[in-house]
Design a protein. Structure first.
Length: 268
């Protein structure tokens, strides 16, 4: 509820039998994600990642560690027969990301998103009892869009700490340096970088929706996260892709209502 408010709201719209498992999965996803910001040495991060790797192994051996998230995750795995590979991919990808360097290109960012955000959606589909190639295809694109938007949203936070993770190839294309973001510049070429990256997220959302008629309706609740992505991209367009605009740092007060409408309309 505190650290992943949008994910929390989306989980509330899942069927009752999947909700508790979804909360466990979200909490598990947050833990490795937060490690990067809470350590000063990479070695500490690697040790914590190893704890979770062993915890997942123990969960699948029916011997979960005495840790609240691990216990709930074990129940979710038993209840829904979740695929171990996706949980491991999330840990492995977060571990690679401890290096604190910018993505070389947009494809590298998409690969990271596929192995974290899309993996989370594949597991959510399993919780809903959906095993369908079209749903998986949609999940892949929505996860990539979410990874890109998350990277954009975190840019002011990281820039204030003298870190920039935006794809280097897009920055170079527009002649923008990391220092430009660290200084919070708002020139046209800086906004062009943000426009290009945001456009890629939009393309993935459009791809995911292009085959919505083939996706089972039962899968739709897994994809309501698109509401928050649409909202952020829309607000960014309104401020002409100025990533540092104060309005982009605020929570969207209309999000719960927008989520309810989307769930009522049964679309993603």
């Amino acid at each position: 509820r505190k650290r992943d408010h949008e994910g929390f709201l989306c989980s509330l719209l899942l069927p009752a039998e999947s909700r508790t498992s979804a909360f466990a999965l979200r909490a598990f996803n947050l833990y490795p994600f937060q490690i990067k910001d809470s350590i000063s040495q990479k070695t500490t991060g690697l040790m914590r990642m190893q704890f979770w790797r062993e915890a997942v192994e123990d969960i699948y051996s029916n011997n979960p560690p005495h840790q609240p998230i691990a216990t709930e995750l074990w129940r979710a795995v038993k209840r829904h027969n979740l695929t171990k590979m996706w949980l491991m991919k999330i840990i492995d990808e977060r571990e690679k990301n401890l290096d604190d360097r910018a993505y070389r290109n947009i494809q590298e960012l998409e690969r990271y998103a596929e192995n974290t955000q899309s993996a989370l959606l594949y597991l959510t589909l399993e919780m809903l009892g959906v095993r369908d190639i079209h749903a998986d295809h949609a999940a892949s694109h929505i996860g990539k869009a979410q990874g890109i938007v998350t990277c954009l949203r975190a840019t002011p936070y990281h820039s204030a700490r003298r870190k920039v993770f935006l794809p280097m190839d897009v920055c170079m294309l527009h002649g923008v340096s990391q220092e430009d973001f660290i200084r919070g510049k708002q020139e046209k070429n800086v906004r062009d970088v943000i426009y290009d990256i945001a456009s890629q997220a939009h393309v993935h959302l459009e791809h995911a929706r292009s085959f919505s008629k083939k996706v089972p309706v039962k899968a739709y609740p897994a994809f309501f996260c698109t509401v928050a992505l649409d909202d952020y991209l829309h607000r960014m367009r309104k401020v002409d892709f100025n990533i540092f605009h104060p309005s982009l740092q605020k929570k969207s007060t209309l999000l719960p209502l927008q989520l309810y409408i989307r769930s009522w309309k049964k679309t993603y």
